[in-house]
Design a protein around this ligand. Sequence first.
Ligand code: 2AM
Length: 178
Amino acid sequence: MRLFVALDLSSEARTRLSMLAGAGLPGARWVPPENYHLTLRFIGDTPAYRCEEVDLALAAIRSRRFSMELSEVGVFAKSGRAKAVWVGVARNPALEHLAGKIETALQRAGLEPERRRFTPHVTLARCNNVAEDRLASFVQMHNLFRAGPLEVSAFTLFSSLLGKDQAVYTPEVEYELI
Ligand code: 2AM
């Protein structure tokens, strides 16, 4: 199974985010609102025997509920080419604390450390060939975007099936925060 740990979003948050999507960016592949999530830790392909260890490690985490605010729109680029358009999160020590606990728990369960820095975001669109000026004006137009506060009372282990068009994400286990 291809796994990742993420925050699921409420339908209100999905609706707010979906209002940003759809127009003005030829070449963007918009993520369908049912697929919006905030990844806390990508795990990747996991053999069956490891899935149980991952579940046990995540189930042992005790971390507090918190709220967060979605804030700003940005772009990930690689070699100067835009790859994804995302909505970020206002600075949030509780969110970082939770991501850190998940990282520690998964390393203890035997997973390789995540080398990439945690950059909380919700991906709105993946880009193939989006014109730079269009992207710049999209970001500028939506830079004051805010949604929240969103209450976070659980995190979720998702499986991901990569499809030809869009991935199918399935919530496998939900872990309550205290
Ligand atoms: P993204 O939204 O920035 O693409 C499921 O694939 C989730 O895991 C996505 O939200 C994706 O982030 C995230 N992810 C993090 N690292 C990944 C990787 N190496 N490969 C695929 N997805 C990754």
